[in-house]
Design a protein around this ligand. Structure first.
Ligand code: ADP
Ligand code: LRH
Length: 490
């Protein structure tokens, strides 16, 4: 039978990777061939993407693929939402794209609300209110009278930018466009009213293309640099969360999922955007999926907090891996204290263990002392916040959701998986770990006609990937801690 090879590039906040995938005999296999760091760089004006370094590493991944001698059908790239670059009229990148955890967007939600009401922004964009959204990044530039607005011709979100460098095609991909808070979910077009109200030039935005579009062939200069020839560039769901959810091995839509990585994104797949007052009040997002579906979801700050603790301890001389850190948490005393992981304090980089201790002290709780205690507080608090968001999700979709699928790198944290089952009282099914890359590949295969449908793609994931199941232990044990969380977020 025929076999096909694909290359998926997934740029995550901790690392970027190039993944090789093969579709053969009704199974998909996937393997990492190149991994590289993807850290923001601070200069006097703020935190930026290291876009050229990332581009070099993407090409290095292509070169590894080329050296295998295999014939690749296509390449697809995804990364996180909201960030973007601007091109001038000659197609040159203007400056260094900003990284979303930059303080330039502080206070921008309030600024935007001087121009439009919350209801207006929500019904026109369906997005959650996060200070770092593209809309707020652009508003901060408008308020700063950024000279870029005078000379920029095109806005490309980060995956659009890399797609442009790979294929020469300038286009805005739909799933990632829905993270900008500039796109109207009903028209699938940029919302001119919102842009005008924020003084953002509408000329920067291009027509939106669907995930699963074949953009063209790798440009000759890229093929020459990497040795990768005759390869199609496909836009998958270019938003990483969009790709990850393609790979949820769900049997039907009565389940929820948590895309667990830097962020923990909790949601369900729904047929229509939910623009209700309640969705607005709960600050949920409608993000575009593949084949007309939507993801109704909410971001929880996620394993970012663990990443930042690890980074802090490394800086102070102790380099521990995630397995060791999870082990320490497992051995620590349970239910010492609770934090709201989504408190503003924890969004920005730096001093994370100290910030957790300060938060516990200021809220009159016991202060975790050891690394294990600190991490246990974080993991328990994440599971508690999941319970809170999951309850609201069930309310919004109006049905009981079971199981909860946990996908992404964070699904390797067995302690958190069990905590999630325990705190929510739901069965947890984990895997795939590399859901984002798998979903990216699946959309390439669909675009090229190698797979017929999303249902077929998900059946393939079920047949190809290991999944683990966790049953809830004793949810009542979690009730006391849950009421502490409710007090904290009041
Ligand atoms: P991103 O959102 O940046 O793409 P990933 O999906 O790669 O993130 O997930 C990275 C996270 O997965 C890490 O921050 C870490 O918390 C978790 N993780 C990775 N490996 C392990 C492990 N062996 N045990 C527990 N957690 C892990
Ligand atoms: C996850 C993610 C998420 C966005 C955030 C900026 O990586 O794409 O869906 O909200 O990054």
């Amino acid at each position: 039978t025929s076999s096909h090879h694909y290359l998926a590039i997934d740029l995550g906040a901790e690392s970027g990777r190039a993944m090789h995938a093969t579709l053969a005999d009704g199974r998909l296999s996937i393997e990492e061939i190149h991994r590289f760091i993807n850290l923001p760089v601070r200069v006097p004006d703020g935190f930026h993407w290291d876009a050229l370094h990332q581009w070099s590493e993407i090409k290095a991944g292509m070169a590894v693929a080329a050296r295998s001698g295999l014939k690749y059908s296509s390449i697809g790239l995804d990364t996180w939402g909201v960030d973007f670059g601007l091109l001038d009229r000659n197609g040159a990148l203007l400056g260094n794209p900003f990284y979303y955890r930059d303080a330039r967007t502080d206070g921008m939600i309030e600024e935007s609300l001087k121009r439009l009401t919350r209801e207006q922004i929500f019904t026109k964009t369906g997005a959650q209110f996060s200070s770092f959204n593209t809309l707020n990044q652009l508003l901060s530039m408008a308020l700063d009278k950024s000279p870029f607005f005078e000379i920029a011709e095109v806005l490309l979100t980060m995956p659009d930018l890399f797609n442009y460098w790979m294929s020469g095609v300038v286009a805005n991909e739909f799933t990632n466009a829905t993270t900008t808070q500039c796109l109207n979910p009903l028209t699938h077009d940029w919302d001119r009213d919102v842009l005008a109200a924020m003084d953002i030039p509408a000329r920067l935005f291009r027509p939106v293309i669907n995930p699963g579009t074949v953009l063209g062939q790798l440009l000759p200069n890229v093929a020459a640099d990497t040795g990768l020839k005759d390869v199609s560039v496909v836009a998958p769901a270019c938003h990483d969360t969009g790709s990850a959810v393609v790979a949820v091995p769900m049997q039907n839509s009565d389940c929820a999922w948590i895309s667990s990585g830097t962020w923990s994104i909790i949601g369900a797949e729904v047929p229509e955007p939910n623009l209700s007052e309640k969705a607005l009040a709960y600050n949920f997002a409608n993000e575009g999926s593949v084949f007309g579906a939507w993801r109704l979801l909410k971001n929880v700050v996620g394993l970012w907090i663990v990443q930042e603790c690890r980074r802090y301890w490394k800086k102070h001389g102790e380099d521990l891996n995630y397995t060791e850190l999870t082990q320490m948490a497992e051995e620590a005393k349970p239910f010492l204290a609770v934090i709201d992981p989504d408190n503003d304090l924890f969004i920005y980089p730096g001093r994370m263990p100290e910030k957790i201790q300060e938060y516990c002290a200021e809220t009159g709780q016991a202060v975790p002392q050891t690394k294990g205690e600190i991490l246990r507080v974080v993991l328990e608090s994440l599971a508690l916040k999941y319970r809170f968001v999951f309850g609201r999700l069930e309310e919004l979709v109006g049905k009981h959701l079971n199981p909860i699928h946990i996908i992404g790198g964070g699904s390797q944290n067995r302690l958190l998986n069990q905590f999630t089952a325990d705190s929510t009282g739901r069965t947890v099914v984990t895997g795939p770990v590399e859901a984002t890359a798998v979903g990216n590949v699946l959309m390439q295969a669909i675009a090229l006609g190698h797979l017929g449908s999303l249902a077929e793609a998900r059946a393939l994931v079920r047949a190809s990937c290991d999944v683990e199941t966790y049953q809830p232990g004793n949810p009542a044990q979690w009730d006391q801690a849950y009421s502490t969380l409710l007090d904290l977020i009041k």
